[in-house]
Design a protein around this ligand. Sequence first.
Ligand SMILES: CC(C)(COP(=O)(O)OP(=O)(O)OC[C@H]1O[C@@H](n2cnc3c(N)ncnc32)[C@H](O)[C@@H]1OP(=O)(O)O)[C@@H](O)C(=O)NCCC(=O)NCCS
Length: 197
Amino acid sequence: MQELFVPLAVESFRRDGGRQPGETRCFSPLANVTVREARPRLGARDVPLMAETDIAVVEAVIGSDLYRQSLRLREAILRAPLGLSLTQEELADDVTRQHFCAIFQGIAVGTVSLKPLDEATLQLKQMAVAEDRRRERIGARLLTHAEVWGRGAGFRLMVLHARIGADGFYARFGYLAEGDPFEENTLPHVKMSKPLG
Ligand SMILES: CC(C)(COP(=O)(O)OP(=O)(O)OC[C@H]1O[C@@H](n2cnc3c(N)ncnc32)[C@H](O)[C@@H]1OP(=O)(O)O)[C@@H](O)C(=O)NCCC(=O)NCCS
């Protein structure tokens, strides 16, 4: 097999639209990558061409490959460590929910689901980011996407059951805790909510 080396180095993910002299931008629905010709360095090897992509948040339609990936993330992150599995009841309820995935190079690295409770209220459920991709703002992207989607669909309030430990994450985005902690799926949780108005 032939190895492909080109004199390019991935310089940065550039979300601000800025561009430096000598940079080339590559666009695809999943990519927003800036590459720059590698500066010649004494003894430096050519760098392999990397198909780096940014994170995109997309809908995971039930029955799609992406939905199956989201189920694997939910099982691996939210259930297996607790000795639990997604139940048939939960899977059946999935048809009432909207599902989104954060994807990197076509692979789901985060997921979230939204369940309408009534005309005004949306419940955020099953928020999970792959363990090796945490603290990269993927959770923030999913949460923001969920809120924008909810607002656009006419919902006025987002509610959720936060695991104690993850409640600080939601608090950073303006969610307020209410009531006493309670147990769900063997872990203590607290109710949180945020107006979408
Ligand atoms: C909670 C979780 C979704 C956060 O996702 P993430 O991609 O790591 O979070 P982000 O990188 O987007 O973090 C955004 C901000 O929240 C902060 N944050 C992230 N996790 C946090 C936590 N557990 N407690 C307090 N703050 C947290 C980050 O430091 C960052 O702060 P900043 O805006 O000041 O920089 C992720 O840790 C996860 O999947 N955990 C396991 C499953 C879980 O607990 N899900 C929630 C069920 S209710």
